[in-house]
Design a binder for this molecule. Structure first.
Ligand code: IMP
Length: 503
């Protein structure tokens, strides 16, 4: 006889938080959003803590090296997508690890025998105003000079004038030597009243630029998530097929944390992958597993050695798994059950295995609900895909800017490993769609706005940490009628096109 669960499958929008007593201490500036990412024993510290509870999804349209740097600056972690060759995924990880905050490799370069037309084309395509002149036209060639808009007046020069004739040559440039710190670079910038400082190595080759504007933004990111060498922390997704080749390459590239990326993680394949990692690396390689939606799934992955467990089947915005296969569970029900299993596991074993709510966040308040329900951190795809930093194209659709966003189970991504059950290696039917999401601007602005709402709600609940929120929150189910009460109602909304009449 089939088991039918007594409770229906519930989603975040069916719940609200009931406010608690807010003491004078419960103010947004006192709230810490620090949260564990990897498992730890009672009384010990986790190897990886994030400064904010947000991680970006293991998806082509979301997490590349650019997203990883932008999110680590805010205190979160990107899991770089695994549906690409091992070499290119490892190269992305390496790029993030070698990125030195404030030191920007030069991607606009020209040879001295290039022309003004070349410079104008480079500026047009990149939007950057500084072009390095190097002997081989690369960002690491011997630095010979610099071209900025101060170096030429288009009305005075023909477009076939050689760069060497109008560049500022090296002997007239202020530059820094490789090895100086960001604050030393900044002092040189200020002392010499320049906007950018090329950094060169002992052979005179260009290493990077430091820009005046970036130093300010670096100081504006007090939450940035760094390892002991002051490099950004970065994650990567792996699958249960080619892990014996992929994981060593990612570890070699310096990855900090891995996750097995699969639509359904309660499987022999995940246990085998975790066992292989433990045999080869012991506890030195951190790896999460999933996705699961109940206690059985959590216990299985916990026993198999996962460093964290990811929750969510069928709730992603681009996901059609439930329609295609009829499997899944409402995300709220899944998080609540797995959180209880995590606490029980901790009681029994003294081992805290963080859990991650993956997919289905629509409104910012869903983040607070997921945390209150017990999630230690949250993985988001659609949310991050909307920002400047996501790798997907920004396009105009019906007069509005959109970003492209496609599921890993769509024909476009062809990530058959994610849906793999060990049989024939190919995508047999789609479990995701190809879509657009409204373009929303910079990651920094959006993440800060969303988290200011999370902090504000936490203060209403009288808590100043995620751990307190998990312990003390009071949730209520909302009826269909009270959902209507929750939005603006019984008023006529003003149309922006109607002028306001002032009295
Ligand atoms: P979102 O934040 O609601 O857009 O959900 C993102 C999550 O959806 C990802 O982290 C994955 O767990 C899941 N996902 C990604 N691609 C697909 C797909 O093609 N089908 C089903 N789920 C997907």
């Amino acid at each position: 006889m089939a088991i039918v669960l007594a409770e229906p499958s519930r989603t975040f929008s069916e719940y609200l938080l009931v406010p608690g007593f807010s003491s004078a201490e419960a103010r947004p500036e006192n709230v810490s959003l620090k949260t564990p990412i990897t498992k730890f024993k009672k009384g010990e510290e986790p190897k990886i803590m994030a400064n904010i509870p947000l991680v970006s999804a293991v998806m082509q349209a979301v997490s590349d090296d650019g997203m990883a740097v932008a999110l680590a600056k805010e205190g979160g972690i990107s899991f770089i997508f695994g549906s690409q060759s091992i070499e290119s995924q490892a190269a992305m990880v390496k790029k993030v690890k070698s990125y030195k905050a404030g030191f920007v490799p030069s991607d606009t370069n020209v040879k001295p025998d290039g022309t003004l037309a070349d410079v104008l084309a480079i500026k047009q395509n990149s939007g950057h105003s500084t072009v390095a002149v190097t002997d081989d036209g690369t960002g690491h060639g011997k630095l010979l000079g610099l071209v900025t808009s101060k170096d030429y007046r288009i009305s005075r020069l023909s477009t076939d004038t050689k760069v060497s004739e109008f560049m500022t040559p090296l002997e007239n440039l202020v530059y820094g030597n490789a090895g100086i710190t960001l604050s030393e670079a900044n002092d040189i910038i200020w002392d010499n009243k320049v906007n950018q400082l090329p950094i060169v190595d002992k052979d005179g080759c260009l290493v990077a630029f430091v820009f005046r504007k970036d130093y300010d933004s670096h100081k504006a990111n007090p939450n940035e998530l760094l390892d002991d060498n002051k490099s950004f922390i970065v994650g990567a997704g792996v699958n249960t097929r080619d892990y014996e080749e992929r994981i060593p390459a990612l570890v070699e590239a310096g990855v900090d944390v891995l996750t097995i990326d699969s639509s359904e993680g309660y499987s022999e394949w995940q246990a085998r992958t975790l066992k292989w990692v433990r045999e080869k690396y012991g506890d030195s390689v951190k790896i999460g597993a999933g996705n699961v939606v109940d206690k059985e799934g959590f216990d299985f992955l916990a026993k198999s050695g996962a460093d964290f467990v990811k929750i969510g089947i069928g709730g992603g915005s681009i996901c059609i798994t439930r329609e295609q296969k009829g499997i899944g569970r409402g995300q709220a029900s899944a998080v609540l059950e797995v959180a209880a299993a995590r606490d029980e596991w901790f009681e029994k074993t003294g081992e805290y295995i963080p859990i991650c709510s993956d997919g289905g966040i629509v409104y910012d308040y869903h983040m607070t609900l997921a945390l209150a329900m017990g999630a230690d951190f949250i993985m988001l795809g659609r949310y991050f895909a909307r920002f400047d930093e996501s790798p997907s194209a920004k396009v105009m659709v019906n007069g509005n800017y959109m970003k492209e966003y496609w599921g890993e189970g769509s024909a476009r991504a062809r990530n058959w490993q994610r849906y793999d059950l060990g049989g024939e290696a190919k995508l047999k039917f789609e479990e995701g769609v190809d879509s657009y999401v409204p373009y929303a601007g910079s990651l920094h602005d959006n993440v800060n706005l969303s988290l200011s709402k999370v902090k504000s709600t936490m203060c209403n609940c009288g808590v100043v940490s995620i751990q307190e929120l998990q312990r003390n929150s009071k949730l209520t189910l909302v009826s269909a009628t009270s959902i209507i009460e929750g939005g603006a109602h019984d008023v006529v909304l003003k149309d922006n096109s109607v002028a306001t009449v002032r009295r």
